[in-house]
Write a protein that binds this ligand. Structure first.
Ligand SMILES: [Zn+2]
Length: 249
């Protein structure tokens, strides 16, 4: 009996999908084409009915977690874009590409239509529905963005980029050494967009250049909200360079 059966004794256990949310793999023979989706294709499993999504030019196919299926349908049926003014601001801060999940994330302070502001929001330019580890309440859409502003918690682009490029040296530990304006050294242990530790905030953080004997390890700051935007031709060129990366504003 696997862990899924223990947790859900009445559930159909599917050897193809293995019942483990978030599993990724190549398309198994059991998958049935359902319909073309935005940027890809929706499949389901002929045995257990779970849904899978494949981006058009990718071999990989991903299981859509069931709790995220309604949001994924909404993503498919909605055109998600931001206006030129927002795009200009986002390009200025710049984003990092997550090569595994195929999106560019730009950290920002976002005010939504009801006036709430979140200083640790991530604007996501991608080609896939919100189907993996998101908590559903954190998933939002481009058209909910009323206003955006630079967040004091955002790490400079060169620091963010370093954390995304760093390989793991131990399980879940891909250290990047950074230093605060006061000269305090920290170690970012994983891909990071923000920094918020004992009143030290991301904007003043710089790379320390340290390569070993890691100083205080600080866990990644959780993203409060994700705003999904459709991938478009040229978005990499626009978003990955970051006009502020050189420090010249
Ligand atoms: Zn299945």
């Amino acid at each position: 009996m696997n862990i899924w059966q223990k947790l859900n004794p009445k559930r159909v256990v599917c050897n193809t999908c293995q019942g483990i949310d978030g599993m990724q793999g190549l398309p198994p023979a059991r998958l049935r084409l359902v319909e073309p989706w935005k940027f890809g294709t929706l499949y389901n499993c002929s045995f257990c009915g779970r849904s899978w999504f494949q981006i058009d030019d990718q071999k990989r196919i991903d299981l859509i977690q069931e709790r995220l299926l309604p949001l994924s349908h909404h993503w498919n049926l909605t055109s998600l874009s931001v206006g030129a003014a927002h795009l200009h601001k986002l390009a200025h801060i710049g984003g990092t590409r997550n090569p595994y999940y195929q999106y560019i994330g730009v950290p920002y302070s976002v005010q939504n239509a009801s006036g709430q502001r979140h200083d640790k929001a991530l604007v996501m330019f991608g080609r896939q529905p919100p189907y993996f580890w998101y908590r559903p309440e954190t998933v939002h859409w481009a058209n909910e963005i009323a206003d955006i502003a630079a967040s004091p918690y955002t790490l400079p682009l060169e620091v963010r980029r370093a954390t995304f490029e760093k390989q793991e040296i131990a399980m879940g530990f891909a250290p990047v050494g950074v230093v605060s304006p006061q000269g305090q050294e920290y170690t970012l242990s994983w891909q990071s967009h923000f920094f918020d530790w004992q009143s030290v905030r991301g904007e003043g953080i710089r790379l320390s250049g340290r390569r070993d004997r890691w100083r205080k390890t600080v866990a990644s700051v959780p993203v409060e909200e994700y705003y999904f935007v459709d991938w478009f031709s040229g978005c990499e060129k626009l978003l990955l360079s970051g006009a502020s990366a050189s420090g010249k504003d």
